[in-house]
Design a protein around this ligand. Structure first.
Ligand code: CP3
Length: 337
């Protein structure tokens, strides 16, 4: 697997392995075809045969190096008892809950049982996937999950979650601890079912002040990585945190790969992190517009000779023309020095 060659063996491939965040999704007509059979997105995420089908769609259409299991970071709050639903064009909504109650009921929740369909879909996908392609599992990191849980959905300003953390530090710390445990458990469940790689999404890292990053972001990350490594020391872990890539140098001892968002200059970051595996970072907006050849060339030539996984800086936009994706992959795969 080319992705494993880079993530584990730190190979420097002139034409880097490529996959895209949100590669299974609404920019694909075949995705929309299946999606319209479900009103409830979470129920869709638990429908084994369709999850397998959707996960495989992008690798059947494009010569990508990996599939990422079709699921969502919000399945964790959902199975912990905070109902999650999606309203078209409003993003995720999460039920208002009493967090003390959620904490005291958490002991009765078995992820293994509640997420058996996800594990089943991973095993079935792995069996059908070309053996040269990697299967990626994932989870949201505790801070990002808490932004959704405490704000009851997507939030524009993060004041609600920051106020909550400041006013209820003990409760917040307990929730953080619970999520650390569940995130590690979920990643292990994905690996045990057949995922070859796992990615941790810290999508809202940039909302945390510098002074609080250790407490809210990096200490939980360290504990999650340590806990996954006890069981699966050889499975590579990718950490994708938006807006804080300047801190990655401090996390190098963890021996994880780093996902870089499009606001950072990945070539510049490479100079500060000569040995780390870096993943990214073409702007999804550039891919959408079609004006991306120059950026692509700069990323490929700048990262050449270093361990690099090609990806977008964030999830692919739902209006992206399929032809732009084809062109991007063609350029990446035909890249020569
Ligand atoms: O990458 C993949 O192809 C794998 C599947 C995947 C989904 N969500 C499917 C999905 C992954 C890895 C995620 C991660 C995820 N989910 C994140 C972290 C990555 C990021 O974007 O920063 C976050 C923050 C979420 C929460 C979430 N789920 C959001 C913000 C949305 C979009 C809401 C909207 O209406 O645009 C979702 C829904 C979702 N998850 C969709 C998909 C394909 C679209 C839902 C649909 O088809 O109606």
């Amino acid at each position: 697997m080319r992705l494993i060659d880079v993530l584990v063996h730190k190979k420097c491939l002139t034409s880097p392995p490529i996959w895209m965040m949100r590669q299974a999704g609404r920019y694909l007509p075949e995705y929309k075809q299946v999606r319209k059979n479900y009103d409830d997105f979470i129920q869709f995420c638990f429908s084994v045969d369709d999850v397998v089908k959707i996960t495989l769609q992008p690798v059947q259409r494009f010569p990508l190096d990996a599939a990422i299991i079709f699921s969502d970071i919000l399945v964790i709050p959902h199975v912990l008892g905070q109902r999650v639903w999606f309203e078209p064009d409003h993003g995720p909504k999460l039920e208002k809950v009493d967090f003390s109650k959620l904490l005291s009921n958490a002991g009765q929740v078995s992820l293994e049982q509640a997420l058996a369909p996800v594990a089943d879909a991973i095993s079935k996908t792995r069996a059908l996937l070309d053996p040269t392609k990697a299967l990626i599992g994932f989870a949201g990191a505790p801070w990002t999950l808490l932004t959704y849980m405490i704000s009851n959905g997507k939030t524009a300003d993060f004041n609600t979650v920051l106020d909550f953390a400041a006013t209820n530090p003990e409760l917040f710390a307990q929730l953080q601890e619970l999520l650390e445990e569940k995130v590690a458990e979920l990643l292990c469940l994905h690996i045990s079912a057949g995922a070859n790689v796992v990615q941790i999404f810290e999508s809202w890292a940039m909302a945390v002040s510098k002074a609080s990053r250790e407490t809210y972001l990096y200490e939980p990350l360290r504990r999650i990585v340590a806990s996954v490594r006890v069981k699966y020391p050889n499975t590579p872990i990718i950490y994708y945190a938006r807006g804080v890539s300047a801190d990655y140098a401090k996390l190098q001892d963890l021996d994880i790969a780093f996902g870089v968002d499009e606001t950072a200059d990945i070539v510049d970051l490479r100079a500060h992190l000569p040995n780390a595996v870096l993943q990214g970072n073409l702007s999804p907006h550039k891919l959408l517009s079609g004006d991306f050849e120059e950026d692509l060339e700069r990323i490929l030539s700048g990262m050449n000779g270093t361990p690099h996984v090609f990806n977008l800086g964030h999830g692919i936009n739902k209006d992206t023309p399929v032809a732009h994706v084809e062109r991007m992959i063609e350029v990446v795969q035909n890249y020569r020095e």
